[in-house]
Design a protein around this ligand. Structure first.
Ligand code: NAP
Ligand code: GLV
Length: 308
């Protein structure tokens, strides 16, 4: 039994250090120099070359380095017998809360407009809205979305949420499934924290975004393929939406010629809303490796049928 780290777009060093510090006895290898691939039973992956799992005939567990598993599930080479797991981690949750709060308050206090005014040496006070008069909608009330919703409630916003199944969350009005229209109509600031699945891809489009109240603001911190980018541009340009803060894009890095870069109503960050901290997640990775060896149920399993 051996462990391979397959992360072509990330530096593997901090991961190796954190995993070795937690259990120095693991036979830990780093792709592409991971030796005899028939030894590998556990793979920790991010942005793996598609099709690569076909090279590993004895894989039992594939762990995503992040919370999202869409890239993994799109890979037809995942063995049917492999169990997929993902990261569920308090630091991942709290960093996302920080980002969403910063983006929400940035919009509420009109910092992007003041930045433009500063460029023109313009002194023009604007009337702020009061937090308790603004309703924020959180799409996806899972590990991250429910904690983000709680943080927004704590800050004083009115909060509504939308999930697949009905649920109750303290001080959050929860809509589910078919109640999307009612949820959207209430959301003056919309935050997407859905997993990317066949049901949720392109869910942020002219129809759904058009159902937001006039002047609404979008924060997409989930996946680029949730958003139909041309539809957002139309709704920004016809002033139905007041702006957007985007951390994720259909193509990453965002191409140089993309209209979002220079759009006055768009704030861009390079997929950094919440970054997995190897030290924080190493214990759950090592525990899952131990459970695999012992034939025990794994932590944070992904439901492959559901897609998240
Ligand atoms: P999670 O725990 O799996 O929660 C997913 C939530 O979405 C659940 O509430 C689920 O509803 C809801 N949902 C799924 N399909 C739905 C549908 N068709 N209609 C309505 N609701 C639906 O996921 P998480 O850990 O919170 O992470 C969410 C996503 O955040 C990840 O998949 C990833 O893409 C993204 N993310 C981004 C960054 C970044 O840096 N930008 C960092 C971390 C994560 P139920 O509760 O009814 O199951
Ligand atoms: C980051 O995008 C993650 O899914 O953790």
């Amino acid at each position: 039994m051996a462990f391979s780290l397959i992360c072509p777009t990330k530096d593997p060093t901090p991961w190796v250090t954190a995993i070795k510090a937690t259990n120095p006895d693991i036979d830990l290898r780093v792709w592409p120099e991971d030796g005899d691939k028939t030894d590998i039973t556990f793979a920790l992956v991010w942005a793996q070359p598609q099709g690569i799992f076909a090279q590993y005939p004895n894989l039992q567990v594939i762990a995503s380095m992040g919370a999202g598993v869409d890239n993994l599930l799109q890979d037809a080479s995942i063995p049917t017998q492999a169990t997929l797991v993902r990261m569920v981690d308090p630091r991942l949750v709290s960093q996302m809360g920080d980002y969403v709060l910063a983006a929400t308050l940035n919009h509420m206090r009109q910092f992007p407009t003041y930045a433009q005014q500063q460029q023109q040496h313009q002194w023009q006070p604007l009337q702020p809205r009061n937090i308790d008069e603004v309703t924020v909608g959180v799409m996806g009330l899972g590990q991250i979305g429910s904690a983000v919703a709680a943080r927004l409630v704590q800050t004083g916003f009115q909060v509504v949420g939308w999930s697949r199944r009905a649920k109750s969350t303290t001080n959050v009005q929860v809509f589910s499934g078919q109640q999307l229209t009612d949820f959207l109509a209430a959301s003056e600031i919309l935050i997407c924290l859905l997993p990317l699945t066949s049901e949720t891809q392109n869910i942020l489009n002219s129809d759904t975004l058009g159902q937001l109240p006039p002047g609404a603001y979008l924060i997409n911190v989930a996946r680029g393929n949730h958003l139909v980018e041309e539809d957002l541009l139309s709704l920004l340009n016809n002033n139905h939406l007041s702006g957007a803060c985007l951390d994720v894009f259909r193509q990453e890095p965002l191409p140089q010629e993309h209209p979002f870069w220079a759009h006055p109503k768009v704030t861009i960050t390079p997929h950094i809303a919440s970054l997995t901290d190897p030290v924080s997640v190493a214990p759950q990775i090592v525990e899952n490796y131990r459970r695999m060896q012992a034939g025990q149920p794994l932590l944070n399993q992904v439901n492959r049928q559901r897609g998240y």
